[in-house]
Design a protein around this ligand. Sequence first.
Ligand code: PLP
Length: 396
Amino acid sequence: MPGFELFGDKERKEVTDVLSTGVLMRYGFDGARHGHYKALEFEQTLCEITGSAHSHLCSSGTAALSTAMAACGIGAGDEVIVPPFTFVASFEAVLLAGAVPVFGEIDNTLCLNPDRLDAVMTPKTKAVVPVHMCGAMARIDEIKAFCDRKGLVLLEDACQSLGAAFQGKPLGTFGKAGCFSFDAVKTVTCGEGGAVITDDPAVYDLCHQYADHGHDHLGGPDRGADGHPVLGTNYRISELNAAVGLAQLRKLDQILKIQRKHKQVLKDAMADLPGISFRLLPDPAGDSATFLSFMLPTEEKTRQAATALAHNQVPCPYWYDNNWHYFRKWDHLKKMTSAAPLAAQLCPNLPDYSKVHLPESDAVMKRTLSMQIMLSWTDQELDRRVAAIETALKNI
Ligand SMILES: Cc1ncc(COP(=O)(O)O)c(C=O)c1O
């Protein structure tokens, strides 16, 4: 997810605008900032891109998830259904809210299986947080239908999927709110940053208030005159980070075009290889194409393929062994090893995560490899990769 590959003069120009005023904060200092409101401009651009009515930038994708959870009313004791294949931030945000993460099974989309949500729902379930992993979509229409039927909050973690859509509708816009990350390895990067999008003005108000100590932002130029309708925290983004992200966001179409082209070349080259199947994409046209994820028939063959691909200089993450992205290796969660006691630990409904078994997710993840798609590949590098993949996989 390599927006950083296109870092250049446009990013430098936006940053220089900010440095030339010395105003590094997104709020206040109206006279000194000479009309530069980079965070605001980023938010407006994100609304144009996603068609969302509102967006609020935060200091990270994790902060955006926490902000969205607070704004959607997810709190102490609530259960939130999340997938076991994601980045740890997805369940961290639930725990930080004082809520209880409950893991649903994933399917060949590598995202939550809507047919398995009922199995983990209880009277305490408040929300479902599908994670659109590796640049592409969950079966989001079915997950939304489930949430609507059951009266649950749908909050999309689209941190890895900026620019992706399902049947023309951008990911992140299906539920009460959606979140993006703009960290250093995302499609568009601010260095560190994240955003919440929503069509609900009340959710939006709670987002910008919660992420700025409860400020209602109605006091005019004097921040001290703002009211504090809710308790909050500081998840503000700085103008410097927003400036980098603004230049990057304007390149999103270009980034997506290159990614899709590069992915198609590799996918075509692999299509006829025996034993290879691809991740199920509910809408292939809406894939942002940051990764090419594929499956082999068995765990043994998948491990052999990972070794052979790495040997041929085409390394592919094997998420099943990954410390950060799959439940199997989250020992700190399984033992609830926290720096200090967490509110969720006071909840009688907190499961013993060491006893949680996810056989369907294990079956998918054991057989899945993902190839990261880079923007900087030349035609020669693509040719080299195609040849290397054929060499690596032909005898598996
Ligand atoms: C699915 C997912 N959710 C949330 C996050 C958190 O984003 P950030 O690193 O900006 O806090 C990430 C980051 O990798 C992610 O991949």
